[in-house]
Design a protein around this ligand. Structure first.
Ligand SMILES: [Ca+2]
Length: 90
């Protein structure tokens, strides 16, 4: 096996690794860690789920956060700061 074969094998292995990591991260909601222990008064990451759904049925999805099974809107205020607002049926 030559250096070219080794390099080709390494590239294929890297691609497969990056691709499979992407699938795993996507299936787990990407950025939310899956642990139970955090400082007091902080949300438990394991109970957080972020998803998009067209809640008001206008054809455009909203970003939603579900914490411990309860849904919230994940929005931006006028200053572009993240706001978690209670989900309400209109
Ligand atoms: Ca909508």
């Amino acid at each position: 096996m030559g250096a070219k074969d080794y390099l080709a094998g390494a590239l294929v292995a890297s691609f497969i690794g990056v691709f499979s990591t992407g699938i795993i991260m996507h299936s787990k909601g990407r950025a939310v860690p899956y642990n139970n222990i955090v400082e007091q008064d902080f949300a438990v990451p394991r109970k957080i789920q972020i998803y998009c759904r067209d809640m008001n049925l206008d054809g455009i999805p909203e970003t939603m956060l579900k914490y411990d099974g309860k849904p919230y809107y994940l929005k931006l205020n006028d200053q572009g700061e993240l706001v978690i607002a209670p989900y309400q049926l209109d």
